[in-house]
Design a protein around this ligand. Sequence first.
Ligand code: HEC
Length: 107
Amino acid sequence: MALLLFLACAPDYSNGDATAGAAIYEQWCTSCHGADGTLGVEMNGKPAADLTVVTGQRTDDELADAILNGKREMPAQPLKNSETADCIAYLRATFPAQTDSGGDSGP
Ligand code: HEC
């Protein structure tokens, strides 16, 4: 029963609002990642990830995990689940997956 309740309530980070997410990104992310995602402010010697690269390499759940729980040197950000979904929608719209990197994920 508890498991069913958990599954029913599991947040869906794939249907956020990119317009609302822009304001959230501006407030919570630009100080380290910059407006263009490449600022790379260092925390304990580790530069903030280049979001123009990393966004396309992560699933929505992985992005949400980094935002809500922190990732290595990135501190957790105090966003609500709905704000996190909006922020992710903004990331997806602003930093689309790169296709010219010579990786093996292209067609
Ligand atoms: C206080 C500075 C700081 C803030 C604020 C911050 N980040 Fe980060 N972020 C970092 C650092 C530093 C890293 C690299 C962590 C590492 O590799 O040790 C990082 C890494 C990431 C990663 C890559 C995680 C991975 O899976 O490797 C993503 C995605 C990310 N940040 C998104 C965001 C978003 C979205 C926000 C705003 C909600 C945000 N960050 C706010 C410092 C910050």
